[in-house]
Design a protein around this ligand. Structure first.
Ligand code: NAP
Ligand code: MG
Length: 502
């Protein structure tokens, strides 16, 4: 493991984007905020200031919601679904045509390795847009063959219409910023909604770049409004706004609860994608050649700053020592450094504050009697780097095993039981229920265990399988509702039943 010593500087194209004056996208125009709020954007790999962007306040949120409402009532609502498909498809084309710059900005802003950014933007972001572009033309109601009381003779017709829910407020986190923005925009636009998007304060750059692409794609003014800003001001104002019809939120469970309270004022619809503490359960017959890379990446992908991260590893006692040793060896071999470099597996954490939080958990782990097998330290020098950390012999009573750390810390505990329900009960001892995985060659054990894990998605012999078509979301305090797939379109639609008596 090495921290890549040499620091690369942004390309001329990225530099010219960073050095622009960054305003708010409202009603199709880049406008100044009502009050002069500024957000400093820091490169987590070098701690250098990348850019200064305008931050939105409550007045700007109000202006953006008005623009979104006007667009919703205007030209946008008169487009056919085929035209919406074409525009979303065009946005995917723009994204792919600008992949190198989008990738570089994402790496600078968030710190993730270049290969991860490029793959996620091209393969996932582009495909996600195209997947929902296709859905726009497949939204329709049903005819219902009943005769309401007034028409017992059958002289009536009832049909449903699926209508867009209206103005959507989207609030997203910093861990995969551009993808998060796309996950909200794609189904909203397919359904015919308009959007006010608030990116995370740490990572507004690719959301602003996406705003540029939205304009180039010819999406009408006001359909997509982008407001960098702070959660307590811009985010809270959006969540509470009386003319917002729905909030689509991804972030922490703690803020998710605040969103619910803020949304109560006008009973706006809410979907929540929140935290996780996902289990990975390894049975003694599992193929270790798949298990070791699978669970190690499952734990440390995006430096563990990933809601689906497998952070609790349950290993059968027969293979416990081997698995712990091999996972630690792989984690120790990860190359840590600036994400702009090609030879890097793990980037920095998002901020000094986040690394301090994670190090607090490492201290708690050390003091709780768990065994620190590897990592547990920050890297010296500039950048918020930290070594991937593995604690073995953890128990579900320990803070590190219970709470979401959102950093590169994996807890491993053994099980001896052949009673699957007991193993599942231990895996389910969490307030969260987002993801999970089961590792075995025995298909009946795999399916039975997958059914017993209380989470929105479970993978067998891989971890966190994601695809635009696979429903994604959490049980328990990991969230409300599902994104992705046909189900992911539903929260952006409302049903109207219409009955005619002949
Ligand atoms: P966070 O603190 O909850 O912030 C998420 C977003 O909410 C940010 O844009 C934030 O603005 C905003 N916000 C903060 N306070 C708010 C308020 N009172 N009202 C309205 N908005 C408010 O989460 P984070 O630290 O950015 O991200 C980490 C968390 O996200 C983890 O818990 C992780 O598990 C979760 N996550 C979940 C998923 C999923 O799909 N389930 C995916 C990724 C991440 P600021 O930027 O100004 O704080
Ligand atoms: Mg935050």
């Amino acid at each position: 493991m090495s921290a890549a010593a040499q620091t690369l500087t942004p390309s001329a194209e990225a530099r010219s984007f960073l050095d622009r004056e960054h305003r708010l996208l409202i009603g199709g125009e880049w406008v100044k905020p009502a009050r002069p709020e500024q957000i400093e954007v820091i490169d987590p790999a070098t701690e250098a200031r990348l850019a200064t962007v305008a931050g939105a306040g409550a007045e700007d949120v109000d202006r953006a919601v008005k623009a979104a409402r006007q667009a919703f009532r205007g030209e946008w609502s008169r487009l056919t679904s085929y035209e919406r498909t074409r525009l979303i498809w065009k946005l995917a084309d723009e994204l792919e045509a600008n992949l190198p710059l989008a990738t570089e900005l994402e790496v600078l802003d968030n710190g993730m390795p270049k290969m991860v950014a490029m793959y996620s933007i091209a393969k996932f972001g582009g495909e996600f847009l195209r997947y929902y572009a296709g859905w726009a033309t497949k939204i329709h109601g049903e005819t219902i063959p009943v005769s309401p009381a007034e028409a017992r003779n059958g002289d009536s017709l009832t049909y449903t219409r699926r209508e867009p829910i209206g103005v959507v407020g989207a609030i997203i986190p910093w861990n995969a910023p551009l993808i998060m923005a796309i996950l909200k925009l794609a189904p909203a636009l397919a359904a015919g909604c308009t959007v006010v998007l608030k990116p995370a304060e740490q990572t507004p750059l690719t959301a602003l770049f996406l705003g540029e692409l939205v304009r180039r794609a010819g999406i009408p003014p006001g359909v997509v409004n982008i407001l960098p800003g702070y959660g307590e001001s811009a985010g809270a104002a959006l969540a509470a706004h009386p003319d917002v019809d729905k909030i689509a939120f991804t972030g922490s469970t703690e803020v998710g609860k605040k969103i619910i309270l803020a949304a109560a004022g006008n009973l706006k619809r809410v979907t929540l994608e929140l935290g996780g503490k996902s289990p990975m359960v390894v049975f003694p017959d599992a193929d270790l050649e798949r298990v070791i890379p699978g669970v190690t990446r499952g734990a440390f992908f995006l430096q563990g700053q990933n809601c689906m991260a497998g952070t609790r590893l349950f290993v059968h006692e027969q293979i416990f020592d081997t698995v712990v040793e091999r996972v630690a060896a792989m984690a120790n071999g990860f190359r840590i450094g600036q994400g702009l470099r090609d030879d890097v597996d793990l980037g920095p954490l998002i901020s000094a504050e986040q690394r301090e939080r994670v190090m607090g958990y490492v201290d708690a782990g050390r003091n709780s009697g768990a065994t620190l097998v590897c990592g547990g330290e920050p890297l010296p020098g500039k950048g918020f780097f930290m070594r991937p950390t593995l604690f073995s012999h953890t128990t579900m009573d320990m803070k590190i095993a219970r709470e979401e750390i959102f950093g590169p810390v994996l807890c491993v505990q053994s099980f001896a039981d052949s009673d699957l329900q007991k193993v599942a009960d231990e895996a389910n001892r969490s307030i969260y229920g987002l993801s999970g995985s089961v590792w075995t060659r025995d298909i009946s054990v795999g399916h039975r265990m997958a059914a017993m894990i209380d989470s929105g998605q479970v993978s067998i012999n891989c971890h966190a399988a994601v695809d635009p078509a696979i429903p994604f979301g959490g049980n328990k305090q990991s969230g409300w509702g599902r994104e992705f797939g046909r189900e992911g379109l539903e929260p952006y639609l409302k049903t109207k039943a219409t009955t005619v008596l002949y």
